[in-house]
Design a protein around this ligand. Sequence first.
Ligand code: GLA
Length: 336
Amino acid sequence: MYQELPSLCKAYEKYFKIGAAVQPQNLTAQRNLLKKHFNSLTASACMKFGPVHPEEYRWDFADADAIIAFAKENGMGVRAHAPVWHQQTEDWLFTDRFTFADREMILDRLEDHIRVMAGRYGEDVYAWDVVNEAIVDDPNGYMRETKWYTLIGEDYIDYAYRFVKKYAPKTKVYYNDYNEFNPAKRDNIVRLMRGMQERDVPLDGFGLQQHVNIYTSLDDIKAAIEAYATLGIELQVTELDVSLYHPKDRPNPYYPYRPTIPTKEDFIRQGKMYEDLFEIYRSYSDVINSVTTWGAADDLTWLDVHPVPGRKNYPLLFSYDHTPKPCTRAIVEAVL
Ligand code: GLA
């Protein structure tokens, strides 16, 4: 007989928070699932610079407000996410009439943006991914040449963290990045954060995005957690999902379209990966205080459109009909 699964987040209370990244549509489509199994929410898009502040004198707080209100009603924590990123910023931010804005103007705009966001949400968020994805994937490179970097300079990072701490002193500030388990990139991320520490830039933690797939090396993941932990900062898993496809498996999405269908073995491998990951996270629960999946259930996942538009993926802990996967049950049972 079908046994109702006990709450995932309650089962994990003594280890870490269990989070989901959401947009307002999740709050309606996945309401009961979120209420039962999650005690943390991340605003997946609506707290990024562009969506919340589309024009210099226009703000759109509606979506972020809805997420904060839902979290409060249900006693959940909130993670704010990614004002300083190379995507989802509008051109006005970097523009002064017909040319690029200069360093001072962009820094003023950033400070003003952070002041308003911190004033509105600072008390309600327990962690804030301030700068997102500043390091390149190329093992021979270092910082990503974004508009922030080229128009302000390397110290855009220091300013961003100082602004957040100035206006939201109680919020924990995080740096967040992906492919963080790749050894070469990991070392560059450590170098970036160590540099911040040496310059006395406030930094409370690192967010391991953990966008992994069924082939990702668990040894690399453990080594990465170890490396970040040596910095003496907190860690959170911020964007976990386990893709059923290898990153190089990108069939031509155009005509003649042949969708890739994951096999039963792929799902078994995914379940094993999830169980192993949670075992690793538990063993580092002295440094990891929150584990967030990028979405809540397979009916709403960015991996349906990325990197292959229209290729269905099933990367989360709950199926498209919101039932728990066998691995989710095992993850709960492991701690009961
Ligand atoms: C990155 C970002 C997230 C989100 C995902 C795709 O991981 O950090 O904010 O945009 O890409 O959904």
